[in-house]
Design a protein around this ligand. Sequence first.
Ligand code: FMN
Length: 328
Amino acid sequence: MGDLKTTYLGLALDNPFMMGSCGLTKTVDGVQRAADAGAGAIVLKSLFEEEIRLDFAGTTDAFAGYPHPEAAAYLDADIAAHYGPEKYLRLVEDASKAVSVPVIASVNCVSAATWTTFAEQLEAAGAAAIELNIYQLPLDASLSAAAVEEVYLETVRAVRTRVKIPVAVKVVPEITNLVRFSLALQDAGANGLVLFNRFFHPDIDIQTEEMSGGLVLSRPDDYRQAMRWIGVLHGRSSGSLCASTGVHNGETAARMLLVGADAVQIVSAVYSQGRTVFRQMKSELRSWMDQKGYEHISDFHGKLSRFRLGDPEAYTRAQYIKAFVGAE
Ligand SMILES: Cc1cc2nc3c(=O)[nH]c(=O)nc-3n(C[C@H](O)[C@H](O)[C@H](O)COP(=O)(O)O)c2cc1C
């Protein structure tokens, strides 16, 4: 039977199927259930930078000059009811003690502002690693792509100086040159990348002609963008690569490992099919490995990356060509 052990961010994982950051990992009970279901590691629900800054500054300072004091009070109450750094540190500590698999803290941040000292507290609370979920929607026409990217790099540098534990960056696909950027993130101190974050995109109800909620969960065929970019990045740097988006079965996990992912994160499949997907995916991956005669993940890890294949056209092709896809 195939051995599923892998290494991600220098952490030894029993298997590559991680529970990704989401509402199911915001309590110790949720973490425990994911571990019991067989997850190889667990990423906690993100704590938002605003919550940390609010805690450090106090409401008065955080909202100094804010035009609507009642709105500040509302935000304060809302955020305190939601999480707060103190609660989050307790979650990190209790969850890390409750399970034997690595528990990774996650911070959703938009800058390298004062919050980064909190990274030290996450480390002290027992986080095995920190995943930085850095993103701001660049709507300001005066901001260059380089300026947007610099925010990511500054944040990683600031966190790196604070902690010794591994730091992963969860990136978005909307980066002009992801290959160059991934190397810059590594120089800034990132130990690995998670590809990709999947943000909520609004939709429109054409009857009411109003903006409405869009699809929240991914679908099983949403994996290709992450797969292509992991395949492009594998072998270009020494950092870890983790797939996130569209991993709904063991076959897709095999694809991600074949192009060079060290681990995969699962969220939508757990929401739609329940936590039993961990066992199911492990069994599917093992069956495929048995069929192929692979004993260890290292036997096929990165076998189909662009680097290993020697820059095949499959990775560079972006246009539809009849011979390849049957349509033009
Ligand atoms: C309900 C829900 C909540 C999420 N919350 C977070 C979060 O707090 N932090 C984060 O980095 N990603 C969050 N995500 C994104 C997931 O971690 C993951 O990157 C994304 O859903 C793509 O993976 P999937 O195709 O397996 O769902 C959330 C996703 C969902 C569906």
